[in-house]
Design a protein around this ligand. Sequence first.
Ligand code: 5GP
Ligand code: MG
Length: 180
Amino acid sequence: MERDIEKILLTQEQIQNRIRELGEILTAEYADKNPVIVGVLKGVVVFYADMVRQIQVPCQMDFMWLSSYGGVNSTGKMVVRQDVTADIAGRHVLILEDIYDTGNSLTYTVAHLKAKNPASLKICTLLDKPERRKPGVTLKADYVGFTIPNAFVVGYGLDYNEQYRNLPFIGILKPEVYEK
Ligand code: 5GP
Ligand code: MG
């Protein structure tokens, strides 16, 4: 697995340090709000598990599972495979995402959840790749772990063809892995 990695972009330690910093901010932000923390599956699972443990307030966990991404390029077509189970009307909702790339999936997720009339809706993404944003996507992530360059990354929940999610760090995949 590790021999397919060209370069480690973010080490376990860098990721954990940043999550602790975000945790302090989010703990202050959501004190007394009992937020519903919505993870967007599947890429977020590893980040979600670490992040929620640093948000030290009463909260509810929920998940949405969208489908669209095949291989390296986002198709732009979204399907809700699994919706949130909580009734989020009037609730403070925090979306956790693995990566904000073209913006297709976050735009879709935000519209989908907004339609349920939450009291507030904020976005926390571990990674942001602004260079990849599709023209016209104006959404801003409220909290960003790391802004990264335009490269295809795997690990820490992020996959290539469902592989590499269990790498403990975030690395850039060797292009020959997906070019072959
Ligand atoms: P979007 O293009 O809609 O902003 O991103 C949709 C999804 O594509 C992300 O949630 C993530 O699952 C996947 N994705 C985007 N960029 C990368 C990347 O560099 N590596 C991996 N493994 N997945 C990515
Ligand atoms: Mg995702």
